[in-house]
Design a protein around this ligand. Structure first.
Ligand code: SF4
Length: 170
């Protein structure tokens, strides 16, 4: 025990240094998303995340939008717990047959106007899981999709760029 304590004091941490943030560019990007949301909706953007069967890699990147590094809430973008409060459904993963009805019901419960963003290669066409007997297909096989954000997984910055493109195209 003493040895472990001693080693923990003298050894350097095993964690990697955090990536060098291009904070100004990130802040500008998030602020642009916020402005576009106010232009389109007159308020901030609310996002409901739906995991339709992903490996959780895409979720980690989406969750990163809320961590201390990206901290999207400072720009007024927020994740909500109910589709009834959402403007955007961010759907990840191939849609599994078990989740097909849940995704459809989530879509139906989201008030208009609403947008569906398919996040990741799996959400586009099933990705590496497309041949599985348990997969119904990409998100568009179940609900209409407004935007695909490709990547395996896409980075938080790519997610933000996608949201901006969505708001500006609508
Ligand atoms: S796109 Fe990649 S990270 Fe996202 S669910 Fe599919 S395999 Fe996982």
């Amino acid at each position: 025990m003493r040895r472990t304590l001693f080693e923990s004091v003298v050894k350097s941490p095993l964690t990697e240094a955090s990536p060098g943030p291009d904070d100004a560019a990130l802040a500008e990007l998030a602020a642009n998303v916020e402005c576009a949301a106010h232009r389109r909706l007159g308020r901030s953007l609310s996002i409901r995340e739906v995991d339709a069967g992903s490996c959780n890699g895409c979720e980690l990147e989406i969750h990163a939008l809320n961590n201390a590094f990206y901290d999207l809430e400072r720009f007024g973008l927020r994740f909500v717990a109910s589709p009834r409060h959402a403007d955007v459904l961010m759907v990840t993963g191939p849609v599994t047959k078990n989740m097909r009805e849940a995704l459809q019901r989530t879509y139906d419960a989201t008030p208009d106007p609403k947008w569906v963003v398919a996040v990741g290669d799996c959400a586009a066409d099933g990705g590496i899981f497309s041949a599985s007997y348990a997969v119904a297909g990409g998100v568009h096989a179940v609900v209409p999709v407004d935007l695909h954000i490709r990547g395996c997984p896409p980075s938080p910055t790519q997610l933000l760029k996608g949201l901006l493109a969505l708001l500006e195209q609508s």
